[in-house]
Write a protein that binds this ligand. Structure first.
Ligand SMILES: [Zn+2]
Length: 90
């Protein structure tokens, strides 16, 4: 993902493509992520598994001022899920 100029200070010293970690990540957990889940159908079938779309992020940090942007990796899937009425879990 291209992040050529800082929105905050205009610097082009952007360090991009960084994985966003959490405390749990270092002990085997996942990096920070969002999760959109399918709404339950009105007539729920006997066998129904909720469909979910997840995305982790890449961060782009401005080396001059520290302003940080996050980019969802699976943004296209998130948009698709949003259009289908999926909502955020958590
Ligand atoms: Zn900056």
């Amino acid at each position: 993902m291209k992040a050529s100029k800082c929105f905050e200070c205009g610097s082009s010293d952007i360090v991009s493509g960084l994985t966003v970690l959490t405390e749990e990540t270092t002990s085997g957990g996942r990096p920070a992520y969002v999760n959109l889940a399918e709404p339950e159908p009105e007539k729920r079938p006997f066998l129904w598994i909720r469909d979910e779309v997840k995305s982790e992020f890449h961060a782009a940090v401005c080396g001059a001022c520290g302003y940080t942007r996050l980019f969802a990796i699976n943004h296209a899937e998130i948009l698709e899920a949003h259009k289908k009425g999926f909502t955020s879990l958590g």
